[in-house]
Design a protein around this ligand. Structure first.
Ligand code: G3P
Length: 223
């Protein structure tokens, strides 16, 4: 399963990218608005920092505007994926952009039908927002389950990018269903790494090694 970071925060991106845990980045206007910097410069820096796909979102809601923005965003780098909202004109833009060799990520997907149409239009990634469905008392993961099956049935090359992930359990459920990608807020990735028993176990190992060294002062693992 690929792990993307869902953030525009360069410190967090660099931190997890350096650990080798980041396969790509997703941004959106809300995430960019949280950074105290020029959004265009932030987007350009993210594209330079991360080798994998970086989703940058258009703000237009009509076909011509989305095309113009999409082509401009694609020039930031070869790894740019243009994020297009799941609206009727968006589908036309997805088809055209993918025909021009520009990868697209259809965002704000909330139903299996929307996901099916995005995949049919030629999206590289289809992004259902599961946390926001959960917030409404619906089961966001059901959309992932349905889409995994639908895309498999028809061999669509689109990858399911599970978005609006709120906690590590979402990741486990998405992985069990075979979703291709999860995009995670940095704190969720942080929570996946740690476990209190790991910390306790490590402290015990180090302590026991110290005791062993006291009895055998010459032992060493390094020169
Ligand atoms: O990936 C989409 C994400 O940024 C939206 O998350 O938590 O605002 O629903 P959230």
């Amino acid at each position: 399963m690929k792990i993307f970071l869902d953030t525009a925060n360069l410190d967090q991106i660099k931190k997890y990218n350096d650990l080798g845990l980041v396969d790509g980045i997703t941004t959106n206007p809300t995430l960019l608005s949280k950074e105290n910097a020029d959004p265009q410069e932030v987007m350009a820096e993210i594209v330079r920092t991360v080798k994998g796909p970086v989703s940058l979102e258009v703000l237009s809601t009509n076909y011509e505007g989305m095309m113009e923005e999409g082509r401009t965003l694609a020039k930031y780098g070869k790894n740019v994926v243009v994020k297009i909202p799941m609206i009727a004109e968006g589908m036309k833009a997805v088809k055209q952009l993918s025909g021009e060799g520009i990868k697209t990520n259809v965002t704000l997907v909330f139903s299996p039908n929307q996901g099916l149409l995005a995949a049919k239009a030629g999206a590289s990634y289809v992004s259902p927002f599961i946390g926001r469905l959960d917030d409404l008392g619906e089961i966001g993961m059901d959309v992932i389950r349905d889409l995994v099956q639908i895309l498999k049935n028809y061999d669509y090359p689109a990858e399911i990018l599970v978005a609006s992930v709120r906690h590590p359990l979402h990741v486990i459920e998405a992985a069990k269903l075979g979703a291709h990608v999860v995009t995670l807020p940095p704190d969720v990735l942080g929570k996946m790494i740690t476990h209190p028993l790991t910390d306790i176990g490590l402290a015990r190992f180090l302590d026991d090694w110290k005791k062993a060294k006291q009895s055998h002062p010459k032992i060493t693992l390094t020169r």
